[in-house]
Ligand binder design. Sequence first.
Ligand code: AMP
Length: 193
Amino acid sequence: MKTLCVYCGSNAGARPNYLHTARQLGHLLVERQIGLVYGGASVGMMGAIANAVLSAGGHVTGVIPADLVDKEIAHKNLPDLRVVGSMHERKQLMADLSDGFIALPGGLGTFEEFFEVVTWGQLGFHTKPCGLLNVCGYYDKLLDFLDSAVQERLVRPEHRAIILQSPDAAELLEQMAAYQPPTVEKWLDRRTA
Ligand code: AMP
């Protein structure tokens, strides 16, 4: 992996560990010479990971829609800030620029961005790894829900397996490096179609 897209909260969240892990992931990316692609903001966990990468001498690409430059307080010190026309362009460019995707704890925007890229993987539009960095068990209930969706036969086990997970950033990066995309071609359940 040469570049990794990180989705994360535009807020800092309730636990110091969220910001701490965002910075830790930033340092790991620099150690492994992986460039960061993210949403271009200076706020919350987004700002924390970008600053960690920049201060350790790494490469950061920010991608932000013009409408959000003021709202999310676009990062002022990014050598590579791409201002795009819409949210859709932002997500497409972030995906195109990245070799893999990680979601740190975040809110609705983070969920939306992560699940979009997972569903693109399900459809075979890309074969890049997608992982949840499950800091302090933040995503435990979501992971349980995904397992119940498999039991209900609405998500295939092979597609559930697209979503890698770990509470530890280094371990998640290792899983991502070893990722094998699913080979299931048809995602419709023919038994009930
Ligand atoms: P949040 O997780 O809600 O704090 O938001 C994290 C990032 O997701 C922010 O940069 C938001 O602008 C972005 N975001 C929010 N809604 C969407 C959406 N529908 N599509 C893409 N990005 C979004």
